[in-house]
Design a protein around this ligand. Structure first.
Ligand SMILES: *[C@@H]1O[C@H](CO)[C@@H](O)[C@H](O)[C@H]1NC(C)=O
Ligand SMILES: *[C@@H]1O[C@H](CO)[C@@H](O)[C@H](O)[C@H]1NC(C)=O
Ligand SMILES: *[C@@H]1O[C@H](CO)[C@@H](O)[C@H](O)[C@H]1NC(C)=O
Length: 193
């Protein structure tokens, strides 16, 4: 997997460097999603379950709270119709909030679109790479109030991943045009939380 991610990073660097040149994250143009890699032979069953957000990069910060210590989790439960019930949970000292989104397979295996169009049109999730048992790198793209949100996530099955994995993720996020100050590596929250 480590090698797989490394290759992914290099591929992205090679194909997307035009975008990174002088791009301002808040105005970043998002290329069509099919320009990004996709986990080959995506296995929906194996992708299920709980993932911790280890790294996140966003072109527009959705929440000031992101810089505060909090644990972000995503749990994917597969339904009979191959839709994922995706539950996003945020746990901090101030409490816990969560929401559940129906994510419907869209186009290619490994790509999903939010089934609830009242929230956002074309809210798309794409699994760039995963080994199912340790880590996953995903993209989320959605439009809200005339702005395009673009997020790159590193998920781990555990609260912490190896420093090598984190460095590789940072390379991937940078190759997508994110600057350092838009890339956050979450530190595990204090014991007991
Ligand atoms: C999705 O999962 C959440 C959390 O487990 C649950 O509360 C909700 O009812 C589920 N929604 C659907 C449509 O299955
Ligand atoms: C769709 O999203 C809206 C706004 O967040 C929410 O109120 C509604 O319950 C959601 N519907 C379903 C079916 O998830
Ligand atoms: C959503 O996707 C469809 C099909 O790709 C496209 O026709 C439509 O313009 C998109 N809508 C938005 C708001 O991006």
């Amino acid at each position: 997997m480590a090698l797989g991610l490394l290759l992914l990073g290099l591929t992205l660097l090679g194909t997307l460097n035009i975008q990174a040149q002088g791009s301002v994250p808040s105005m970043m143009q998002v290329p069509p999603l099919n320009k990004f890699p996709l986990q080959p032979d995506f296995q929906e069953q194996q992708f299920q379950g709980k993932w911790f957000a280890i790294g996140l990069a966003q072109n527009i910060f959705r929440s000031k709270c992101l810089s505060q210590p909090a644990m972000h989790m995503a749990t994917f439960v597969l339904k009979n119709d191959h839709t994922f019930n995706a539950t996003y949970t945020r746990v901090s000292d101030k409490g816990c909030d969560h929401r559940s989104d129906p994510m419907v397979p869209s186009g290619q295996p490994g790509q999903f679109i939010l089934g609830n169009t009242t929230r956002s049109e074309n809210y798309t999730m794409r699994v760039l790479a995963t080994d199912y048992t340790q880590s996953a790198i995903l993209l989320y793209v959605f439009r809200l109030k005339d702005r395009v949100y673009f997020e790159n996530m590193l998920y781990g099955r555990t609260l912490k991943l190896s420093p090598e994995m984190e460095m590789q993720y940072i390379e991937v996020a940078k190759s997508l045009g994110f600057s350092d100050d838009h890339i956050i590596i979450t530190a595990p929250t204090a014991e007991g939380h």
